[in-house]
Ligand binder design. Structure first.
Ligand code: PEP
Ligand code: MG
Length: 877
């Protein structure tokens, strides 16, 4: 059967999101619920992928289905494209499977030409409205479809206002707007070399292509990468009969949420503008009215709207974000979707919905985007410091969080300053989708214009950035990179603090404090812990990190990188003595100095984890990373070692490697210098014995991990040293103590021969940083330099060092687990590469049957939630 590429709204439903996109599926669902939806059709996401497969062409088959769609739309609405009696006008909007607010293109008022405009002007008795629609359409079509920059049209508007002696767009008359429309068309012809298209069907096909094309625009590509949305999904296109919010004071358009997207509070929240069209609200150019005002202005419409909100929320069992238009007191629903929300709002809404009996605990766990939790773990303003601070201005609390940084005025500056290691707050009149990368680079965003649903607010909430919008007290001077609030002047580079939860702006920087897991956050994490299967450990090398991670719910340490314990000034000297030692005796002398330091470190780690498992990895780094480069340090080392500086220099030269990542590191160190492994074993075992004595109720069982094994003989060699040393320590102490010796799997050969290694290993821990590096052959330190080209060429959608390559690296992991367990059924397996904190990689680890994931302390709650979601999804499948 031929593929169906076009669905009328009457043919779809909410379950068809993959095919119809979120917007199309929900328009169909609302139609099915009998709600007032202007009718139309959806061109499927499959049509979009086909368009790209066909070399960016809409093929004949799809074109024919679009034609049939138009005919049926004309029948349903009783209007016709280009008709003299009853002309049909449509909006053309994108709508992907996952919502990507503001990332793709939209065209309104399509179907207009001069003749149709005259007819509308006469029929409506409102020529100003008709000509305003037409000039808007020419502007939008030119910008979106033909990429004739907006600014040319804006200049023409400014000239027109100037010549008519008015300051506001709304003061232009019908005649002025008609003249403007003609100027726009002339501009179009000058830029494109063709007349502006008059045939609505030609306009429509071009607009559909533009929406398909916008799936691949740079900002959509960035947004997708950040939000794990595959390129292969494509976008649907919705062609919908226009409802006009700009027909006068009994018309309007707005956006509303059934609960507060910033706090989660259960109350209708929204904004609308009278006599305006769709984009005016989100663009943030005019500051809109709160929805409650609608009750005063049009009580019946308000009542109908409130009723629809509750129908929709009960139907979807989640907070809804809706767009509506009122055309001469008739309400139309243009969109509904599960609303984007801040992390605190997400937690509150999920808990409230459980308490209201709308959803169960598992659904609540599934509702939270784990990546969002990150914002809750960021520092908050210190409440005492905040009490003492006096706000200099106040705007709308558009997206919570504490932002403190130096003022910049453009998205490009935000990016550039961040790259130089600066913390910045982006202050703009209003933001637009092109600003997204700059917004990402900023600690927070402050806008002068715009409401709670302005672009800045929506995008900031989506990415968990602090945002204060609509700070109208700011007198902006963008050109000179400064602004004033009252008598105070703020310049580029000045420090400013913004509180996204209250909307307050403060001069200077306010100190912040660490966040805690309590209240609704604690409740959701409790449910997550109840349903997850994998344990969550942390990668921590210092007692402070270990303690913090334990507070955040870590159930052990999955990786302690012992080389990181020697970064501090007073320790690195002993470490250097060890590196430059010529003989075993010299090295042992240096190791004797290091031993008590390590022992003490390990004790503190065991203490911080209160008896939970602690995996200590033996020395891994290329040694040259630690050699001194400053002459003074070299002289000092020479004097301690009773050597000449020349001798030290030659030792340093000898340590040089062309490819240190594949060099003298990992288990290779334990083979060339077994005394290092001996020292580390002593430190681990002694620390464990001491802590066990202090806390007889804890079961301290050391886990010693050997890095970078590629051959079982390497592991056997290292293990022999470890076991002999550990057994002797335990014997000498006269205690009973079990311990485990395992290995990292981070070299492809280790995965391929895991059945040989597992005979001797108690556990495997996947070091997917190195495993990715070695599997792809990409240097983990340098890949960033060329990955951008890979994204542009669509070779990669994501950085494989951040998101696990399931097809390649994942296959090696799967193989290693199966081979390993086939010879050692008690083998336990975990992951401690960066991927252990990435939600989609965690889901994959759950499928592989790993026992735990280990990640950096601040990712622990994210991993707990992601692990629970993986387990719940697996159970539901
Ligand atoms: C790894 O390679 O994944 C790993 C955890 O070890 P490191 O990052 O220290 O090389
Ligand atoms: Mg490694």
């Amino acid at each position: 059967m031929a593929t169906k590429y076009v669905y009328m709204f009457t043919e779809g439903n909410a379950g068809m999101r993959n095919l119809l996109g979120g917007k199309g599926a929900n328009l169909a669902e609302m139609t099915g619920l009998g709600l007032p939806v202007p009718q139309g059709f959806t061109i499927t996401t499959e049509a979009c992928t086909q368009y790209y497969e066909d070399g960016r062409q809409i093929n004949d088959e799809i074109m024919e289905q679009i034609r049939v769609g138009i005919d049926r739309m004309e029948e349903i609405t009783g209007k016709k494209f280009g008709d003299k009696e009853n002309p049909l006008l449509v909006s053309v909007r994108s709508g992907a499977r996952a919502s990507m607010p503001g990332m793709m293109d939209t065209i309104l008022n399509l179907g207009l030409n001069e003749e149709v405009t005259e007819i509308l002007a006469a029929k409506s008795g409102n020529p100003r409205w008709a000509w305003d629609c037409y000039r808007r359409f020419i502007q939008m079509f030119s910008d979106v479809v033909m990429e004739v920059g907006k600014k040319y049209f804006e200049e023409l508007i400014d000239q027109m206002k100037h010549s008519k002696g008015v300051t506001m767009d709304t003061e232009l008359t019908a005649e002025n707007l008609k003249e403007l429309a003609n100027q726009f068309k002339a501009e179009y012809k000058a830029k494109i070399g063709e007349d502006f298209p008059d045939d609505p069907k030609v306009q429509l096909v071009e607009a559909i292509k533009a929406v398909f094309r916008s799936w691949d625009n740079p900002r959509a590509n960035v947004y997708r990468r950040d939000n794990d949305i595959p390129y292969s999904w494509g976008t649907a296109v919705n062609v919908q009969m226009m409802a006009f919010g700009n027909m006068g004071e009994t018309s309007g358009t707005g956006v509303a949420f059934t609960r507060d997207p910033a706090t989660g509070e259960k109350k209708l929240m929204g904004e609308f503008l009278l006599n305006a069209q769709g984009e005016d609200v989100v663009a943030g150019v005019r500051t809109p009215n709160p929805i409650a005002k609608l009750e005063e202005m049009m009580p019946e419409v308000y009542e109908q709207f409130v009723n629809i909100c509750s129908i929709l929320e009960n139907h979807y069992r989640d907070m809804q974000d809706m767009e509506f238009t009122i055309e001469d007191r008739h309400l139309y629903m243009l969109q509904t979707r599960n609303g984007k929300r801040t992390a605190p709002a997400a937690l509150k809404i999920a808990c409230d919905l459980v308490d209201e009996g709308m959803i169960d605990e598992k659904q609540a766990v599934l509702m939270i985007d784990p990546r969002n939790l990150d914002t809750l773990l960021h520092p908050q303003f210190d409440s005492n410091a905040l009490k003492r601070a006096i706000p200099v201005a106040k705007g709308l609390p558009a997206s919570p969080g504490a932002a403190c940084g130096q003022i910049v005025f453009t998205a490009e500056d935000a990016k550039a300053w961040k790259a130089r290691g600066k913390k910045v707050v982006l202050v703009r009149l209003e933001t637009s989708p092109e600003d997204i990368e700059g917004m990402k680079s900023a600690q927070g965003i402050i806008t002068v214009r715009g409401g709670m649903t302005s672009h800045a607010a929506v995008v900031a909430r989506g990415m968990g950035a602090c945002c204060v919008s609509g700070v109208s007290e700011i007198q902006m001077d963008e050109a000179n990179k400064k602004f004033t609030v009252g008598y105070r002047e703020f310049k580029e580079g000045d420090w400013i603090s913004a509180d996204g939860s209250t909307g307050n702006i403060y001069m200077g920087s306010i100190p912040t404090v660490d966040a805690t897991i309590a209240g609704e956050f604690g409740r959701i994490m409790g449910w997550a812990d109840k349903y997850r299967r994998m344990k969550v450990r942390t990668n921590a090398d210092t007692p402070t990190d270990a303690k913090r991670a334990h507070e955040l719910g870590a159930e052990g340490i999955g990786l302690c990188r012992t080389e990181h314990m020697f970064f501090e000034k007073d320790r690195i000297e002993a470490f250097r003595e060890m590196i430059v030692a010529d003989t075993v005796e010299e090295r042992e002398k240096a190791l004797d100095k290091i031993l008590p330091v390590q022992e003490n470190d390990f004790e503190q780690l065991y203490e911080a984890l209160e008896g939970a498992p602690v995996t200590i990895r033996f020395l891994d780094p290329p040694l040259h990373e630690f050699v001194p480069t400053e002459e003074a340090d070299i002289e000092k080392l020479a004097s301690v070692q009773h050597k000449t500086t020349g001798a030290i220099h030659s030792i340093i030269d000898a340590l040089h490697e062309f490819n240190p990542m594949m060099g003298h590191r990992g288990v290779r160190l334990a083979i060339t210098y077994p005394e290092i492994a001996r020292m580390q074993t002593k430190a681990v075992i002694r620390a464990a014995i001491n802590v066990s004595k202090r806390h007889p109720d804890w079961s301290v069982k050391p886990e010693i991990m050997v890095p970078l094994v590629g051959d079982n003989k390497e592991f056997e060699f290292a293990k022999k040293t470890i076991v002999e040393t550990a057994d002797e320590e335990i014997r000498n102490a006269g205690v009973e103590m079990g311990y485990e010796v395992g290995t990292m799997i981070e070299i492809p050969r280790a995965a391929l021969t895991a059945d040989e290694i597992a005979k001797d290993a108690d556990f495997f821990c996947f070091g997917t940083n190195d495993l990715t590096q070695m599997t792809y052959g990409f240097s983990r330190d340098d890949a960033g330099k060329f990955l951008a080209a890979y994204y542009n060429a669509k070779i990669f959608e994501n950085d494989p060092f951040a998101k696990l390559d399931q097809n390649g690296v994942g296959k090696l992991m799967d193989m290693a687990i199966k081979l390993g367990k086939s010879v050692n059924p008690t083998l336990h397996c975990g992951i401690c590469g960066e991927h252990g904190g990435d939600p989609s990689s965690i889901e994959f680890c759950d499928k592989l049957g790993l026992d735990y994931v280990s990640c950096s302390p601040f990712r622990v709650p994210i991993a707990r939630l992601a692990a629970a979601q993986a387990a719940i999804k697996a159970e539901q499948e």
